[in-house]
Design a protein around this ligand. Structure first.
Ligand code: TRP
Length: 466
């Protein structure tokens, strides 16, 4: 018996849920460190260009496919493009499972850092416990990794279990305003710091000589990840959108919020870093460790009201991660509900438990299990060799699965759907004045597929964007 399909209670509900999916560890952890590694300025500009010219049109395409078909990715592909396209939706479901498997591990770390910072704020900062060596010991503690990833999966499952309006939307409505509030507080504090000027200079300089071709492709790959595109997450969320709500302005707002938050997070982190002499050199040794090694030390040593802001900051990161893991699990769960006729409760438990097995394996791949931590198949023998399960899954999803999924979604939306169909979805009396249908169609038929094809070719020739 077909179950009644849930819907967002309003357009705002959809926007907050979709922004919640988009805003996550990609914005708060990955964007700052790839901006650092690519020396800011020109890279940031290029990233903004990728977001506007490629990310935004694909976001509109995914939401329109979802809203039109009112189905999750597998069914939506079949209905919008034909039965032979089902595999693109299937690939999306698998991608959701893979990303959730490793993402929930880092998400679990944010819970630990929140708890540790609360402890430091109450009892006083412990420099030894905040060192790089202590971080290494923490990630290699297998039992703790299982507990943290498990806890995060339980939180995620509990929300998805409650469905669209009562679960996902309600959590987004509560957490997203809190997240914006905390971020504003942090931004105000960061801008008063000595390093704020250097931080802004680093992020907004226009020195194109620092830009490598590899950086250009990295910007594009990250645009996919940060906007949750390429695996049908936005198709799924769009399928719960009522037909009277505008696709164009919703997509515009979600993309703008995601971009704003990434930039603000970067300004905050770099202001802190540049306020401490010598810190920049230290970051260069471990850019990926910025969020978990450098920042806690700086919060307590340098930031005014750091004892308050540090726990708040990790709470913010945990909130952002939770609204993202929810969207990843929802894609997998909605497949079992829509295509296999399973009840939501059963589907959620099944998918949550299966994913936890993968998270557990990933959590053990930072040193606690030699077998899972040390194997290296990709780029073996080079200085960017992948090692361990976590690394390999991130590589697989970011470099292969998302670009391939995104490529076929744009092809379908640009070339298989009729002009009449897409124009009917995008243009009505709610369409904002800045939107030009012809420009969208050009972007989705030519610009996006060619750019994504460039990533795939680059990956085949041995580049790495994870
Ligand atoms: N966009 C999220 C982030 O930046 C991660 C994420 C959630 C995601 N859902 C997704 C990435 C779907 C790709 C596809 O952290």
């Amino acid at each position: 018996m077909p179950q009644a399909r849930g819907h967002w209670s309003s357009r705002l509900g959809f926007i907050l849920a979709a922004a919640g999916s988009a805003i996550g560890l990609g914005n708060l952890w990955k964007f700052p460190y790839i901006t650092w590694a690519n020396q800011g300025g020109a890279f940031v500009l290029l990233y903004l260009l990728c977001i506007a010219a490629i990310g935004l049109p694909i976001m509109m395409a995914e939401i329109l496919i979802g809203r039109r078909t009112q189905k999750s990715p597998v069914g939506a592909m079949a209905e919008a493009f034909g039965a032979r396209w089902k595999w693109v939706g299937g690939l999306g479901v698998l991608t959701g499972f893979v990303i959730l498997g490793y993402y929930s591990v880092i998400a679990g770390w944010t819970l630990r850092y929140f708890a540790v910072c609360v402890g430091w704020s109450v009892r006083g900062f412990d420099a030894e416990a905040a060192s790089g060596a202590a971080f290494g010991a923490f990630v290699a503690n297998g039992v703790l990794q299982l507990v943290l990833a498990g806890l995060f999966m339980v939180l995620t499952t509990a929300v998805v279990y409650r469905g669209i309006g009562g679960g996902i939307e309600r959590v987004a409505r509560t957490l997203m305003p809190l997240l914006f509030g905390i971020l504003v507080l942090l931004l105000v504090s960061a801008l008063t710091m000595d390093g704020a000027g250097s931080a802004l200079g680093f992020i907004f300089n226009l020195d194109f000589s620092a830009l490598q071709p590899r950086g250009a492709l990295e910007a594009l790959g990250h645009a996919f990840f940060t906007l949750s595109l390429g695996m049908g997450a936005m198709i799924t969320y769009g399928s719960y959108l009522s037909r009277k709500d505008s696709v164009v302005s919703s997509a515009g707002i979600v993309v703008a919020l995601d971009t704003l938050i990434a930039i603000v997070a970067t300004i905050i982190m770099f202001s802190v870093i540049f306020s401490v002499p010598g810190m920049a050199e230290q970051i260069n040794k471990s850019t990926a460790g910025m969020l978990f090694i450098t920042l806690p030390q700086l919060f307590y040593a340098e930031v005014p009201f750091g004892v308050l802001l540090a726990p708040l900051f990790y709470l913010l990161v945990a909130f952002a991660a939770l609204t993202s893991t929810i969207s990843l699990l929802e894609v997998v769960v909605s497949y079992f509900i829509d295509q296999r006729g399973m009840a939501r409760g059963k589907a959620t438990f099944l998918c949550g438990a299966t994913t936890f097995v993968l998270s557990a394996l990933c959590g053990l791949s930072f040193g606690s299990s030699k077998l899972l931590s040390n194997f290296s198949w990709v780029y073996r023998g080079t200085d960017h060799a992948k090692s361990g399960l976590f690394d390999h899954l991130d590589y697989l999803a970011s470099n292969w699965m998302l670009p391939i999924g995104g490529f076929f979604i744009t092809l379908g939306a640009g070339w298989l759907m009729t002009r009449q169909a897409t124009e009917g979805e995008l243009v009505d009396d709610t369409t904002p004045a800045w939107f030009r249908y012809g420009l969208w169609r050009f972007a989705i038929r030519y610009v996006a597929p060619l750019a994504v094809a460039a990533i795939i070719v680059a990956v085949i020739s041995g580049k790495d964007f994870s």
